[in-house]
Design a protein. Structure first.
Length: 436
């Protein structure tokens, strides 16, 4: 059974704090193993990658077969039913249109001193997308990661995807083709992250790595950060629903289960102003858990990490939600737009009864790669900006250097950086001599 809390009960704050502090991440001691794998791939390149793939994925490769050939991709894609192809194409179109609006503009101007200032944006040259294999193989994640990169203008985009036992999901390859991926490598795990970061004889290194993975992949991303950029370290999925009792309890139950079915460590929370409605949702969840295909996973998530919280009003609901800073936040209330104005921390907000979180996972348009574990307090979901770099521009005219150069010289002297100050003074002296 989930936890039942009420803000009217004594000791609520302590129980709520405990709920926030529940450790849901599966974090076995993998760092030492990952360090060895990365060192091996750095040293031996393809040979290490091939040996590790055979050990972990039970699949033999050669340097020539690390990447799918165009013929192999075409053969797999041909297996995709028309309805699924059309759904992927619709999703891609909507994701591309949404992310195109995120492209920032270059700026350049002259200030009062006569200095020209500004910035310009440019893409990273190469990006690598990690796609989990096996049961957790999601073509939607390919679109969500690859399309923003291509919109940003990334020149080379590659995918690494393990194929345990040689089995591949044709939808993943189709999504990669639709998104404009250049190459798909059939390798995964920490060894694939190492290959993307440091390169091998066959796989050229990239500048940024994005995409979800297991504990080994997450540990590898942590270790290679600095050598390359990464998107984030994602934890188990989470959803928080705020409801005022005007909706359908079964709809809310399904929304909660849509995240609980991801992982036994996922978290689904309902905050409601109506205690009876909260009980109705809980009963609807139990009924759905009788028939859901992934009921074993969803049931454990709901039992161990689920919660129903009763609050006095929606202001209190918003306050608690901001403390949770959920990955996904559904506002199933009469006036969701008004309530959304009170939300300061959330990865993604879904407004109204007809906007289930699942729409956001697939075809809404906004990205579904979102901050978890309360990191929405300080970070954002994946976007075009993750694949762009901002370079600042400055151009001093003689008059501008005269106006602001002495202050730079003064600060350099105060910091005991003589050459800094002299580099400015030499130019100022030349300007002064030119006037004589």
């Amino acid at each position: 059974m989930p936890q039942y809390l009420s803000t009217r009960e004594e000791g609520f704050d302590a129980r709520f704090t405990d709920l926030l502090g529940m450790k849901r991440e599966d974090s076995p001691d993998v760092d030492a193993v990952v360090a060895e794998i990365i060192a091996d791939v750095r040293t031996r390149g393809d040979a290490a990658l091939i040996e590790l793939t055979e050990r972990f994925d039970r699949f033999s490769l050669t340097p020539e077969s690390l990447a799918f050939t165009p013929e192999e991709i075409a053969a797999e894609i041909a297996k995709v039913p028309d309805a699924e192809r059309a759904a992927l194409e619709l999703a891609a179109e909507r994701i591309r249109a949404y992310h195109a609006r995120q492209m920032p503009e270059d700026q350049r101007w002259s200030d009062a001193s006569g200095a020209e200032l500004g910035w310009r944006w440019g893409p990273v040259s190469a990006a690598g997308l990690y796609v989990p294999g096996g049961l957790a193989s999601y073509p939607s994640s390919v679109l969500m990661n690859a399309i923003p990169a291509k919109v940003a203008g990334v020149e080379r985009l590659v995918v690494v995807c393990p194929t345990p036992g040689g089995v591949v999901n044709p939808l993943v390859l189709l999504a990669a083709q639709i998104a404009g991926v250049d190459t798909v490598y059939r390798v995964g795990g920490a060894q694939a992250i190492a290959a993307l970061a440091y390169g091998t004889q066959t796989i050229a290194p990239v500048d940024k790595i994005t995409g979800p993975g297991n504990a080994f992949v997450a540990a590898a991303k942590r270790r290679v950060f600095g050598r390359v950029g990464i998107d984030m370290i994602a934890g188990p999925s989470e959803i928080l629903v705020i409801a005022d009792g005007t909706g359908d309890p079964d709809w809310i139950a399904l929304d909660l289960m849509s995240q609980a079915e991801h992982d036994e460590s996922a978290q689904a929370i309902l905050i409601t102003t109506d205690a009876e409605f909260g009980q109705a949702v809980a009963r609807a969840v139990e009924a759905r858990l009788e028939t859901l295909e992934r009921r074993a996973i969803a049931g454990v998530s709901w039992r161990d990490f689920g919660a129903v919280i009763v609050v006095r009003d929606l202001d209190e609901a918003a306050e608690l939600s901001n403390r949770v800073a959920p990955e996904h936040l559904e506002l199933c209330v009469a006036d969701p737009d008004a309530l959304s104005e009170k939300i300061t921390h959330a990865g993604a907000i879904f407004l109204g009864a007809y906007t289930p979180e699942a729409i956001g996972d697939y075809v809404g348009g906004p990205n579904h790669v979102l901050p978890t574990a309360r990191s929405a307090r300080f970070s954002s979901g994946l976007s075009v900006l993750d694949f762009l770099k901002r370079t600042t521009l400055a151009k001093m005219s003689p008059g501008a250097l005269r106006a602001i150069g002495p202050a730079a010289e003064c600060l350099a002297i105060s910091e005991s950086l003589e050459a800094h100050g002299l580099s400015v003074r030499a130019r100022l002296d030349a300007l002064n001599e030119g006037e004589e």
